[in-house]
Ligand binder design. Structure first.
Ligand SMILES: [Zn+2]
Length: 247
């Protein structure tokens, strides 16, 4: 059975709603769907853009549906104002069907973090990589978003290892996030078809994985969110290779 949940707001009502949140909140001044899941759930992006933004930072709170702690970090970031000169783009989950079902993969059983084009190869079982690269609407939505916005820094939240993965981007950025968050910087193996490896190779920007622990306290959620904002604030004042100023 396929579940379809599509917004029932008419364009007029949606415009009124967006205008309302634009004036009622300093943070997250724009929300939209970057695509839909296999089962038709919207994949939501919230953007908060500081005046004269010159650094775009993308945060994806969840790609594996059974690793949802990063969505709590994402919600805190959506409630926070973007630091000066930063555009903060937050996708709470790229895998809403997996979150709803409590599964790692999407509704097709595909591990979305093995479905990206760089070093993709056929994998089965729990890491089923799909019939071909970008076979899934969720991974295509992420690819399109990243191609369109070219974030200088992207953070992908996972669980349960409790570390910052040396993921193949600018290691200084990864190390700084590790310092700010209090999580150790560790090099996991590079997984075929992962989103961060694709970004680091195809886009030339820095994308890295933050593995939150299995059990995540409210304190760590706040610390991970603060670390994200502090990292963005610091790098908004520096040039980063591959960065496209958001302005
Ligand atoms: Zn994961």
């Amino acid at each position: 059975m396929r579940i379809r949940r599509i917004s029932v707001l008419s364009p007029v009502a949606l415009a009124a709603f967006l205008a309302l949140i634009a004036v009622s909140s300093a943070a997250a001044d724009r929300r939209s769907a970057i695509g839909h899941s296999v089962a038709g759930r919207p994949i939501v992006e919230a953007i908060d853009r500081a005046p004269r933004a010159r650094l775009r930072v993308l945060v994806v709170g969840c790609i594996h549906g059974d690793e949802t702690a990063g969505m709590r970090v994402a919600r805190r970031l959506i409630g926070a104002a973007a630091p000066a000169r930063v555009e903060l783009d937050v996708v709470p989950t790229l895998n809403p069907d997996g979150v709803a079902a409590g599964t790692r993969g999407n509704a097709d059983g595909v591990d979305l973090n093995r479905n990206f084009p760089f070093a993709w190869r056929p994998l089965g079982g729990g890491e089923y990589s799909g019939p071909h690269p970008l076979s899934e609407p969720e991974s295509r939505a992420a690819r399109n978003l990243i191609r369109r916005t070219d974030p200088a820094i992207t953070i992908w939240f996972h669980q349960p290892f409790g570390l910052v993965d040396r993921s193949g981007g600018d290691v200084a950025i990864e190390r700084r996030y590790a310092q700010l968050s209090g999580l150790p910087l560790v090099g996991l193996r590079r997984y075929p078809g992962s989103a961060s490896s694709w970004q680091n190779h195809a886009m030339g920007s820095t994308a890295f994985v933050v593995e939150l622990p299995a059990v995540v306290s409210g304190w760590l959620v706040r610390r991970a969110a603060r670390a994200t904002l502090a990292l963005a604030a610091e790098y908004a004042g520096a040039e980063i290779g591959g960065a496209t100023p958001a302005g």
